[in-house]
Unconditional design. Sequence first.
Length: 453
Amino acid sequence: MAGVKPIISYEIDGDLQYVTDPNVSFANLEDDLSLETPLRIAMKNASTSKDQQQQQQQHQQQQQQLSYVISDDGDIQHAENRDMNNLMTEVAVMDMQLPNFVEGPGFSRFMTMLSSTYDIPSKNKLEAELIPNMYNKYKNYLVNVLNKVSTDIGLTIEEWKSSNDEYFITISMFYQNSEEAIMETKVLTTVHAPREWGTGQWDNFIELFLYEWNLTQEKITAVVVATTLQDLLNALTSRGFILIPCLLYTLQECAQECFEHPRVKEILVACRIIVGVMTAKTGGGEKESLEEQEMYYELPYASEEEKAESMKEIKEIIKKYIHDDERKSASKEPANKKSRLSGMENLFKDFNSKKTRTTISDKAELEMVQYQGESGEPLGSCPIEWWTKLSAKCPYLYKLATHYNCVPVCCAPSTRIHPDAQIVYNLKRAAIPTHLIDKMIFLNCNHTVSPSV
């Protein structure tokens, strides 16, 4: 095998010593060398000096390991090319770049200025090999991660249109992280949404989707929808899902309907006049802002009767949680297990009155009292963090809160709610080729996941 330098490393007194020896034969050496795979080599029967024999004995006593056998530059170049392929794939999915960016004149000029000897993957290789391979790896890992989620989840369905005037829906999943007080967002799939599909076809799709991701309807609190596909909504409703309109989508639909009205120009003119009058007054700005705040203070609050009715419903749910936990605990205990008396109970058993057992209603009432004794958090604080702090004191109320906290107010994650970020993302998403839409959107959202494969 030409061009291979035999290198052996010895660990002597904690240091690695590298030596070369011509008396080395390579056994079962594969053509494809890899830095991750150590190679076995065997020493030939050659005459060695006394110093070399002592060195070999010390080598055996230290139980040293054989280092990698590296070719001139082949293995290093192979590893560098592999890293470059991964890097280019991450650039494409994280920035939602079209795969043909590697063939652009600007990118080629940039790589030339670096005097790089890396092999840049082609557009076809990114589309046909690298992106699909990364998608399969991340998807398999994400399926295993989601199977371990014990809390309830919320789903979102977002309809959007590509630059080719094709309609798609993206389904995402929201759930609370059990280790941190944060809300996790994972994009699960993006599929073509034919306008001619009926309720039956959408029902079949929903069934296949739930099976693919191993989701049960009992764990799904609600589905936030941003779509006008009535047949899809009918299919979800017929399965018993709770549907909640996306707030952002609803506001956009209302604004679009308003601005498409023939009298929209008159409304805009009136608004400009009002704003002009307010900004022209230099001395009354502070007073007007205070008067505006008073409107919010006068908003009606829930009456005491309404609060009592809500707390009654919450208490009934907590009682159900407690009953389910006690039933599970009782089923795990052996049937023939006898209760043992403590020393004091055995000594005064004749004088010991019967214990008063705490009822489920008492436990629920105690938790409600503890909750009402807590001070409220400011409106700007995170409710998930607040409930996490309260989980030890009110475990059943915390469980009820996580059931509803997993439902987002809109389909878009918080990073896309800002109008500028929303416009940039929508433009990039609309330009993705049809055959890469599912993979690119999936990887763009889930690239922070670390697959252990």
